[in-house]
Design a protein. Structure first.
Lengths: 239, 617
């Protein structure tokens, strides 16, 4: 265990853990957009920056990726930190002016849009937090989506923007998307679901008859876990 | 093909044999075939030399050599005739026969091919008397003159691989201590002490350990690393093998830009030759130590010069950096201990081993030792590659070596450190160039690019240009870099187009601070440098654009008009001839006029006018 200070509070933490996790466990709020408990941190949104002092050196670090250390003094709300966060939010607001989640977060932090930034008109809600891509790769394990292009052109898509053969239609990417950018639609009866421009046939529960999961996803789970497909043909509520 | 050498002794005897076979008094012809000279069409000259020599039955009787870049790219094609080292420049592609007959056979000097020192008007015969070369300290780059990059024999004949043999008789720790003592700092931009990195990598847990040469040189206008790899690949390779031995690595990579075809070819050849000769691969020189190198060609992203993005690219993933809170020396390529140094850094290693850290420390400043190669481009008379001791003043580089600004125009600024470096104004020209001094004034050493700008460069436009470059090269992973730099670029475009608003400069400064603090990697952290340094030193130009809607340098098209100074115009008609839209008109010997409706502000009239009669306001 090591001792550090976060926002003037003395805190004991396990060595090697990240500042963000330690802070949150101690009730200290650090805003984030690309962090999720079930996926590894990536450090792309930059909202979680904090000022960390170690020895004589003070620097801005990414709290989701920076490990705590003995004697470290962390300031999560310094002027430099606030300046980075407000710039990041203003930039994202200009990129995704329609995102309700961003507006809400900006309001909470007292950040208004920068009038000098002309809002983008393309109606894109994606902030490139990468959570969908990481979930698909690390949690689901299929890597059906990734990035194409770089810089401002960068976007999340299936390879060559074609229907993905590896996608199982699980919708984990849509569930985790913080801004509602990824569209997933289901027919009225629920017999098919469309995501990433591919339509998946849904399985109806053997017991209640409700459509509950894409057939491809059940086949994937069965193959991966060895559970017979028969056993997976019943929805969670009826099991 | 050279047979495999199995001991240090054998290497020594091969070197001696090759040296003995070379008579320094023998007539020789050396032609620079660096990329710059090849672009002049030098290959034709080389072919014609070979043909003419054969015709006269001289093949083999003279030393004929094509070498890598000599550095004076402005004056190519270049031919040096030995043993006197007669220097011919701007050689015509059909001049081979004359040079052979007059200079090589009769010792006559061909006047018209000599370099004339513009300062004195004096014709200079010997290559080393040319001021451009004379005022340099050509240590690392100097060997380019002496070797054919495709010949291992040439390299061995100048005692090449002696440093490797010497290093392998030393304890690895002792080699590292020597490099630490020499304070060799990373030439790729960071300036981090190489010896410390070696030491960290050696001590780090984990196998295998990797040694990488970063040859992903991407700064616009910079080509030092290219010319070293093209011109003397064995020097770089020797440095890497020494490093690998010291670190305890058996696997290395050279990550080289695919846009450098000659460099890729020459390093490929060098690796093959070194393997055949027992200098690379299993059981090097019979020492029991094994190390091999693979080449990885870069996919064309500037950001892949950043170490963690380079690793990602090498691993076959998209070139995106990651936060480097754990150093590459512990977790680099494939999460294994990795030592990455740039081409020029590796090329310095054999010198340090051969001549010792004390000798090396005799060159340079307190904090930066040795020499540095700069690529001097832009508004400069002597475009080319320049090697000087660390601490040489910018003034010496620009005016004494570079020969000053063409057409007698006024120097305005020099951009150092590549696109994310800074612009340095004339009042700081006496600054000694080393890692720390450049950082202090808001620029950086970077990999050694130097772009000279004169009074006809608009500094807001320059900032816009570099920022735009960085917008297109941002990997897009983190928000401040991806979104912030493009917003800065948009504001700069507005300012250049006369749509700048009061408060824009302050906003740019505020954004710059946020991006420096907030971006994930060094590309993002340093991306605001061109804007910050031009605001710092040329704020008046920004204010003229924003407040007076005026571009003082006459560059930003939306803010300027072209007209003719009737007093100065002699009616020579040249402007009317070059004007692509027929906006410039007039009768012979009478003052011309420019029709603003037709004028596209291309500047052709201004460039052509010999009487400085075109007014741009």
């Amino acid at each position: 265990m090591i001792n550090l200070t976060i926002d003037n509070r003395k805190i004991e933490a396990e060595s090697g853990r990240f500042i963000l996790d330690v802070a949150r466990e101690n009730g200290i709020v650090i805003p984030t957009l690309c962090s999720h408990e079930s996926i590894e941190p990536t450090g792309s949104c930059r909202l979680c920056v904090v000022e960390a002092k170690q020895g004589k050196r003070t620097r801005i670090v990414t709290s989701c990726l920076y490990p705590v250390a003995e004697g470290m003094v962390v300031d999560t709300k310094s002027e430099r930190v606030k300046a980075v966060r407000s710039l990041v939010l203003q930039l994202l607001l200009a990129r995704c002016p329609e995102s309700g989640q961003l507006k809400e977060m900006a309001e909470e932090m007292g950040v208004g849009p920068e009038p000098r930034f002309t809002p983008d008109q393309d109606n894109v809600k994606c902030i490139l937090c990468r959570m969908c891509v990481r979930t698909c790769e690390k949690v689901v394990g299929v890597s059906a989506i990734g990035f194409s292009y770089r810089g401002t052109e960068k976007n999340v898509c299936t390879p060559f923007k074609e229907e993905s053969a590896t996608c199982i239609g699980c919708g984990a990417c849509a569930y985790i998307c913080p801004t509602g950018h990824i569209e997933m639609t289901t027919t009225e009866t629920g017999d098919t679901r469309t995501i990433w421009e591919r339509t998946f046939k849904m399985k109806a529960c053997k017991v209640c008859g409700r459509y509950f999961a894409p057939e491809d996803q059940l086949a994937y789970i069965s193959a991966k876990t060895g559970v017979p497909a028969e056993e997976l043909a019943v929805c969670v509520s009826c099991r | 093909m050279m047979s495999k050498m199995k001991s240090f002794h054998e290497l020594k005897s091969v070197q001696e044999r090759l040296k003995a076979g070379r008579d320094p008094k023998k007539p020789s012809v050396t032609i620079c075939v660096g990329t710059g000279c090849l672009a002049y069409g030098t290959q034709k000259l080389v072919d014609s030399f070979r043909e003419e020599l054969a015709k006269r039955d001289l093949t083999g009787k003279i030393d004929f050599r094509t070498s890598g870049c000599h550095g004076f790219c402005e004056r190519g094609p270049m031919v040096v005739i030995g043993p006197e080292n007669t220097f011919y420049q701007r050689v015509g592609l059909g001049d081979a026969a004359e040079i052979i007959d007059k200079t090589l056979l009769k010792g006559e000097v061909i006047d018209r091919l000599l370099y004339i020192d513009p300062a004195t008007g004096e014709k200079i015969v010997r290559e080393d008397d040319v001021p451009f070369y004379k005022k340099q300290t050509r240590l690392v780059f100097g060997l380019n003159f002496k070797v054919d990059p495709e010949s291992l024999e040439d390299y061995l004949a100048i005692d090449g691989y002696s440093a490797l043999a010497k290093a392998m008789t030393m304890q690895p720790e002792a080699i590292i201590q020597e490099v630490i003592k020499a304070n060799l700092r990373g030439r790729g931009g960071g300036g981090f002490p190489a010896g410390w990195k070696w030491d960290e990598t050696r001590k780090a847990d984990g196998e295998p350990k990797y040694v990488i040469c970063n040859a992903d040189e991407g700064d616009p206008g910079a080509y030092m690393d290219r010319s070293l790899l093209e011109g003397n690949p064995h020097l770089v390779l020797e440095g890497m093998i020494i490093g690998a031995y010291a670190i305890g690595s058996h696997e290395g990579y050279i990550y080289v830009r695919n846009e450098y075809p000659l460099a890729v070819k020459n390093i490929h050849t060098a690796i093959r030759q070194a393997r055949e000769a027992g200098l690379l691969g299993e059981n090097i020189l019979g020492s029991g130590f094994s190390f091999d190198v693979k080449i990885n060609r870069g996919g064309g992203a500037f950001v892949c010069g950043e170490s963690s993005a380079l690793f990602a690219s090498l691993e076959g993933r998209a070139g995106e950096p990651r936060a480097k809170y754990i150093h590459a020396t512990h977790r680099g390529l494939y999460d294994k201990p990795t030592n990455l140094n740039n081409v020029e850094t590796w090329a310095n290693v054999p010198f340090i081993i051969n001549r010792g850290a004390d000798w090396y420390c005799g060159i340079g400043t307190a904090g930066s030792k040795g020499t540095k190669i700069f690529s001097l481009v832009g508004k400069i008379n002597n475009t080319g590659l320049v090697e000087v001791p660390m601490g040489t003043s910018l003034r010496k580089i620009v005016f004494e070596i570079g020969g000053g600004i063409p057409e007698g125009r006024k120097f305005k600024a020099i951009q150092t450190g590549g696109p994310s470096g800074g612009c340095i104004p004339d009042k700081l020209l006496d600054l000694p160039v080393d890692f720390d001094e450049l950082t202090k004034i808001g620029s950086m050493m970077g990999s050694g690019g130097m772009i000279v700008m004169d009074e006809r460069n608009c500094m807001v436009d320059v900032a816009r240009y570099f920022t735009n470059f960085l917008v297109s090269e941002s990997c897009g992973k983190c928000v401040p870099c991806r979104e912030g730099i493009r917003r800065m670029r948009d504001i700069l475009v507005d300012i250049c187009e006369g749509k700048g608003r009061e408060g824009d400069v302050d906003l740019l400064e505020k954004m710059a601070k946020g991006i420096v603090d907030g971006a994930l990697c060094a590309l993002g952290n340093s991306a605001p440098n061109p804007v910050m340094s031009t605001i710092r030193h040329f704020r008046d130009e920004y204010e003229a654009h924003v407040r007076e809607k005026r571009c003082p340098s006459g560059v930003c098209k939306a803010l300027i008009t072209y007209s003719v100074d009737a007093e100065k115009c002699t009616g020579c008609t040249l402007c009317a001839k070059v004007c692509p839209t027929k906006a410039a008109t007039g009768e012979r010997k009478k003052a011309h006029v420019i029709d603003p409706e037709k004028c596209t502000k291309c500047g052709a009239c201004r460039e052509s006018c010999k009487f400085d009669a075109i007014i741009v306001r």
